[in-house]
Ligand binder design. Sequence first.
Ligand SMILES: Cc1cc2nc3c(=O)[nH]c(=O)nc-3n(C[C@H](O)[C@H](O)[C@H](O)COP(=O)(O)OP(=O)(O)OC[C@H]3O[C@@H](n4cnc5c(N)ncnc54)[C@H](O)[C@@H]3O)c2cc1C
Length: 321
Amino acid sequence: MTQDIYVVIEHIQGKVSDISYIMTAAAKDLAQHEGGEVVGILLGSNVSHLKDNLALDRVILGEHPDLKDFSSDAWKRTLLAVFAEYSPRAVFFGNTTIGSDLSSSIAAHQDCPIINHCIKISDQGLVTSQICGGKIMTDSQLSEKTTLISMIPGGYKPEEGQGGPPRDVVEFPVPDLSDLKVKVAQYIEPDTSDVDISQEKVLVAVGRGIQTEDNIELAQELADLLGGTLCASRPVIDQGWLPTSRLVGKSGKSVKPDLYLSLGISGATEHLEGITGSKTIVAVNSDPDAPIFDVAKYGIEVDLFDLIDPLLEKIEAAKGG
Ligand SMILES: Cc1cc2nc3c(=O)[nH]c(=O)nc-3n(C[C@H](O)[C@H](O)[C@H](O)COP(=O)(O)OP(=O)(O)OC[C@H]3O[C@@H](n4cnc5c(N)ncnc54)[C@H](O)[C@@H]3O)c2cc1C
């Protein structure tokens, strides 16, 4: 086995996903403790240029038309071939739809351990995971076998994994993919008729703490006054109180506003995944232990209904009306 730390680079529609930069930053920390290099595995079709802004030592490039859009079967076969050839010390996957699909099936196939929900590499080189909705932190050592690590955002900023271009690029011979059971027929873009929250500068986000559909109006008033847009966590969307286009997080959109004002959102990892690009997060929650406070620049421990009216008045007064 080598001491090198590998990162499976995720990209969608020609753009490297933020989680790939975050994994690269974590892999750099881990590689320092293990004494190896940081190696990216970049699979796709005509994706070579995506390596240029990643702070990797080396890239293993696997290009094939059937690797163009993510396909579990095709990507897994290619990754297994890469692992057989290079025997990495550890491999980072995103705790994303793509990464979870790959890491769990590869761990089962190879009978190798997987450490889930890694948020940071500790100063001692341990893999720190945030589990139980952020209430428990655990430290794990790498096993003697190749260890898979599934990474969540929150511990590193994407910029920490940016840099490059890598010193070396190795073109990897993609194995035979002629008998794939599933092939991607078409990539379907989501409905874009609503406002694109990923481009908004000011977002007011509501969670289950908003309690009823009628209360959404209150949050909308606040968003209007701030010149912002309303978005939400999953329970609010599942209730049908706002359209799916306003969902923030793992199954919704990643946002990067100047201000993300969160009202009654606990900060589950699936939600935090979508907000790490925000410049300033302000969290309002009545529970002092809510994990959202761990990522917020400003936290207000209060019942949101005690806050909104006085806040509206203050903003109106500040605006001179
Ligand atoms: C595969 C998968 C994908 C997912 N994708 C997403 C996703 O994309 N986006 C997403 O958001 N979630 C997603 N989830 C769900 C996620 O795990 C959480 O369940 C969800 O984010 C919780 O939403 P919440 O914070 O609004 O609700 P809760 O976790 O119930 O939190 C409500 C918060 O409101 C606070 N509160 C209650 N009343 C008040 C009050 N009066 N004043 C102030 N604070 C109050 C509470 O203290 C609590 O912290 C996903 C889950 C899975 C399994």
